[in-house]
Write a new protein. Structure first.
Length: 98
C-alpha cells in the first residue's frame, strides 16, 4: 500500500499483520493506539472549512455534498471500550504478585 500526505486509511487492526525478517536485530515495537472522536461526524456543516479530513474523504466517496444534504446523527453515541486494557491490567497484577 502506498499513501500520500493527508490520506486516511482505516483498517481492522489485524489487517496489516504479517511476519517479516528483522534484519537489524534490534527490538521492534508495534502498537495500535485507540482512536476516538471528540464529536460525532457532521457531513452537513454550514461552513465547509470546518470539515475534518476524514469527513471530506467520506463525503467525496459517498458522492459529494449534495447526497448528504440534511444529514444528521440518528442514533445514540456509545463508547467502545477495548478488551486489551482489561487483560493488560490483569497481567500486570499477576506479575506484581510474582
Amino acid at each position: 500500500m502506498t499513501s500520500s500526505v493527508g490520506d486516511v486509511i482505516l483498517l481492522h487492526p489485524l489487517m496489516l499483520r504479517s511476519a517479516s525478517k528483522n534484519g537489524r536485530r534490534l527490538p521492534r515495537i508495534i502498537t495500535n493506539p485507540p482512536v476516538s472522536l471528540v464529536e460525532p461526524f457532521n457531513f452537513d456543516r454550514s461552513d465547509s472549512s470546518e470539515y475534518s479530513l476524514v469527513e471530506l474523504k467520506t463525503i467525496r466517496d459517498l458522492g459529494g455534498h449534495e447526497k448528504l444534504k440534511g444529514w444528521k446523527v440518528t442514533g445514540e453515541r456509545l463508547a467502545v471500550v477495548p478488551e486489551r486494557p482489561m487483560y493488560q491490567a490483569k497481567w500486570m497484577e499477576e506479575e506484581m504478585r510474582g
